[in-house]
Design a protein around this ligand. Structure first.
Ligand code: ADP
Ligand code: MG
Length: 210
């Protein structure tokens, strides 16, 4: 395991994301069918397949990888998730200066959350991907302050995001398509929070293998 995460990690992360989103495409569609229009798995699968094609020739640094992810998601993923994840990766790219140490990982997660909030104006408790990114950032900060490695910071962030996604089940949606359902959105896991947990889980897997 390395002390810092390089472009090789970022490329491995994004390839892992593509694989995990392809594996979970139906599950994400089913979650979105319950409280939306059933396309979240399809949207994310299409987007990351396009990203992997764009990154086939590699990239010089973490920032360039994240920029390609941002622009490709913006242009290939429709709906709410495309612009939200696109802005997340754009802000994450801006935060990524060289290889990432533990604080660098925190900066990237903070950038992603800032981008999502700037774009979607959601706060916690509204049953969106913000409910996964927010606990992920808190856990990452605490781990980095405690001296954890970049891989360990990503692992606790991924675990917090997965818990945050589970914790969206009892919430009533007040942003996005699911908000049209009012109380009927209660009792279902938010698809965007679920894809966020998968994306961060892949980041941790790739870091542990780096
Ligand atoms: P659409 O709703 O346009 O079909 P997707 O199905 O791809 O788009 O994405 C739905 C996800 O987007 C939701 O599960 C939620 O996590 C996220 N989302 C929707 N609106 C917002 C928002 N304003 N802020 C943050 N996340 C949001
Ligand atoms: Mg949808």
């Amino acid at each position: 395991m390395s002390d810092t995460l390089s472009s090789a990690w970022a490329l491995a992360w994004i390839r892992d994301v593509q694989a995990v989103l392809a594996d979970n495409r139906s599950e994400l569609n089913d979650l979105d069918r319950a409280i939306g229009d059933g396309d979240h798995g399809e949207n994310m699968d299409r987007g990351f397949k396009a990203v992997v094609v764009k990154l086939a020739d590699g990239a010089d640094d973490v920032q360039s990888v994240l920029k390609v992810v941002a622009s490709t998601l913006m242009s290939t993923v429709g709906g709410a998730a495309g612009p939200l994840y696109g802005t997340a990766f754009l802000r994450a790219a801006k935060a990524a200066d060289g290889d990432l140490d533990a604080d660098g990982v925190v900066g990237v997660i903070a950038g992603a959350l800032d981008g999502i909030v700037a774009r979607g104006k959601a706060t916690t408790g509204e049953k969106t991907m913000v409910d996964a990114w927010t606990p992920a950032l808190e856990a990452a900060k605490a781990a980095a302050e405690g001296g954890a490695s970049p891989a360990a910071v990503l692992r606790v962030a991924a675990e917090a995001a997965a818990k945050g996604a589970e914790d969206t089940i009892p919430l009533q949606a007040s942003k996005g398509r699911a908000s049209y359902l009012g109380e009927r959105s209660i009792g279902h896991k938010d698809p965007g929070a679920t894809s966020t947990a998968l994306i961060l889980g892949a980041a941790a897997d790739a870091a542990e293998a780096a």
